[in-house]
Design a binder for this molecule. Structure first.
Ligand SMILES: NC(=O)c1ccc[n+]([C@@H]2O[C@H](COP(=O)([O-])OP(=O)(O)OC[C@H]3O[C@@H](n4cnc5c(N)ncnc54)[C@H](OP(=O)(O)O)[C@@H]3O)[C@@H](O)[C@H]2O)c1
Length: 330
């Protein structure tokens, strides 16, 4: 991928990345390493996103033009009993980042969000313009991520409406990339399934939740690409093509691993599909996690993006093969 489109960037200002040690944060480190503009990656030790003053201090210290927020409170079930902290990290922190970026000439905030802002109000793929919520049907994680999205939109729209930014060509922009079922370098569903498939001769996996598994590496590339583009501010659904259930993903990943030589105990017919009701968890998950990616594809074509738009299967296949190669070496 080429990032030559960064002509609006002041290369003396760093790109500030929050969430260095997460799946997307690690992928961003790979993605940004050859860019002319320097990038600074912050983990929890350098900036605790539950602490408003710490966030303001690092923003003032680094004076970034571009902020990429890959950090979040992502422990979906734990969030049910941790409302205040989930809201601090997922809503207050992005609000401060947005207020900062909205006041910078050509400022840019890239923020990752989730399919959990939708609560099964339809069975087809959600467009960015579809109604979110209703809030009382969302789990705490979903509510907090939605509050983060709204705070970002408010900060940017408020700055533009108030004439805070006088010239249209100096406008700051935000990109909220909603995604689903992320896997990368870190704990995730695919790794759990591959581990269990090496230990057990039978697995039971939920089959009535449908979505698109999304590669953290690809999400990082999309985030960087959109940050350097001239496309309009707004929400974009960032998922590959295709859809599957958790059961479908487990079968695909395990069969791919077996073909690649991983020691697998379980046969495909012993990966049993079960309904969500048979696997109760504290946080309510959406049954329908389908996100339409039409708007993102349109934006990528405006950016003269030449890469092939991916299908989830080809990305999962590459990921599993890499996992197997690494595990055979160790
Ligand atoms: N994972 C998914 O399936 C999924 C699905 C849809 C959307 N998303 C969204 O995609 C984005 C990236 O997800 P991911 O899978 O890369 O998440 P992840 O691997 O869980 O990483 C989240 C990062 O946030 C950091 N963080 C949490 N609390 C913090 C705090 N108080 N101060 C500073 N840093 C803090 C964590 O730090 P530590 O490493 O120190 O814990 C972690 O490195 C998030 O916005 C998430 O909501 C994820």
């Amino acid at each position: 991928m080429s990032f030559s489109s960064f002509e609006l960037l002041d290369h003396s200002k760093p790109i500030l990345v929050f969430g260095r040690d997460g799946q997307v944060g690690k992928a961003l480190q790979v993605c940004l390493k050859d860019l002319k503009t320097p990038a600074v990656f912050l983990g929890r030790a350098e900036c605790d996103l539950a602490n408003e003053d710490e966030i303001k201090q690092v923003l003032n210290r680094y004076q970034p033009q571009v902020i990429i927020n890959a950090a979040a409170y992502t422990a979906v079930d734990k969030a049910e009993g941790d409302y205040d902290l989930a809201f601090a990290i997922n809503a207050m922190a992005p609000k401060i980042m947005a207020q900062y970026a909205a006041g910078v000439a050509h400022g840019i905030l890239v923020h990752y969000s989730t399919d959990y802002v939708f609560a099964d109000t339809q069975t087809s793929a959600y467009l960015e313009t579809d109604k979110v919520g209703p809030v009382d049907q969302l789990c705490v994680y979903g509510q907090s991520k939605l509050a983060g999205e709204q705070a970002i939109e408010e900060a940017f729209n408020g700055a533009h409406d108030s004439g805070h930014q006088t010239y249209a060509d100096r406008f700051s922009r935000y990109f909220i990339l909603r995604t689903s079922w992320v896997y990368g370098d870190g704990g995730n569903f695919i790794r759990t399934m591959l581990r269990l498939a090496g230990e057990r001769d039978q697995l039971k996996v939920v089959t009535d939740q449908v979505g698109a598994p999304t590669s953290a590496g690809w999400l990082a590339e999309i985030g960087v690409q959109i940050a350097g583009s001239r496309v309009e501010s707004g929400i974009y659904h960032a998922v590959p093509d295709g859809e599957t259930s958790w059961h479908g993903l487990a079968v695909f990943a395990i069969e791919t691993a077996a073909t690649a030589g991983e020691g697998i105990e379980v046969n495909s017919e012993n990966i049993l599909p079960i309904p969500t009701t048979d696997y109760p968890l504290p946080a309510k998950r959406p049954y329908n996690s389908r996100l339409s990616n039409i708007k993102l594809k349109q934006a990528l074509s405006e950016m003269a993006f030449t890469g092939q738009y991916p299908h989830w299967q080809e990305q999962v296949e590459a990921y599993v093969k890499e996992y197997v190669t690494a595990s055979l070496k160790s």
